[in-house]
Design a protein around this ligand. Structure first.
Ligand SMILES: Nc1ncnc2c1ncn2[C@@H]1O[C@H](COP(=O)(O)OP(=O)(O)OP(=O)(O)O)[C@@H](O)[C@H]1O
Ligand SMILES: [Mg+2]
Length: 218
């Protein structure tokens, strides 16, 4: 279970805090969805949860354990917006083993199976994959590290309708084993798979009911 209590992020360079007293709880095998417009602080929240930035104040815990940025880097797997832009090797095998040369090819195969890419040759170039397959690969790159918490920044951005559907179906399947926190400015089709939902406006987080929001959207 992830607990965030009174999380504030106020870098010295900014006039006001970017995240203002965030409270959030997310249970294992739940998908939490944070919806907010551009500049509301979504990516900043994920940077803190993945240990890339340090909160100014507040507490982050996984069950009873208080989490430092080092813990968070172990616990969290962050998939950036447009992750395919960050692929930097020539084959699926190299991409999945990057930074983890000790991982066996079986682990690589398992991670690819998990995201529905198990049929591909490990020598395939990441750049040769379709848009939807590249998003799946980016998920596999994080899953292979076996994080507790999968953090996804706009996972369906820039995908066409049918590929969005595939990615959403995959996220729903991943909930069986992982805890997921997704941030987006466009919640439309993600609401259907969300267990918990919040809106973020100018760094302030509010709980909303995913079903109420989904009903409003239709
Ligand atoms: N290190 C930093 N120093 C100063 N300002 C920052 C820093 N990081 C983010 N910001 C500012 O914080 C605000 C929130 O940025 P953030 O990238 O988290 O928004 P976002 O919700 O992810 O937006 P988008 O939907 O466009 O990706 C913005 O006003 C941004 O300019
Ligand atoms: Mg962002």
């Amino acid at each position: 279970m992830l607990y965030i209590q009174n999380l504030v992020y106020h870098p010295p360079a900014t006039h006001t805090a970017i995240l203002k007293g965030i409270n959030l709880e997310l249970a294992p095998q739940e998908l939490g969805l944070v919806i907010g417009p551009s500049g509301s602080g979504k990516s900043t929240l994920l940077e803190i949860l993945s240990g890339l930035a340090e909160a100014t104040s507040g507490e982050l815990r996984w069950r009873q354990q208080v989490l430092t940025p080092d813990h968070l880097q172990q616990l969290g797997g962050l998939v950036f917006q447009f992750p395919e832009r960050h692929f930097c090797t020539g084959t699926l095998l190299e991409e999945l083993k990057l930074g983890h040369p000790e991982l066996s090819n079986e682990r690589v195969q398992e991670a690819l199976n998990e995201v529905g890419l198990g049929h591909l040759d490990l020598k395939t170039a990441p750049q040769a994959l379709s848009g939807g397959q590249q998003r799946r690969l980016a998920l596999a790159v994080q899953l292979i590290r076996q994080p507790h918490l999968l953090l996804l920044d706009e996972p369906t951005a820039g995908l066409d309708w049918s590929v969005r559907r595939q990615v959403i179906a995959l996220l729903q399947r991943l909930k069986a084993h992982w805890t997921l926190l997704v941030v987006t400015h466009d919640a439309s089709d993600l609401l259907a798979i969300a267990d918990r939902c919040w809106t973020l406006h100018q760094g302030e987080l509010r709980t909303v009911d995913p079903q109420t929001l989904a009903a409003k959207a239709h």
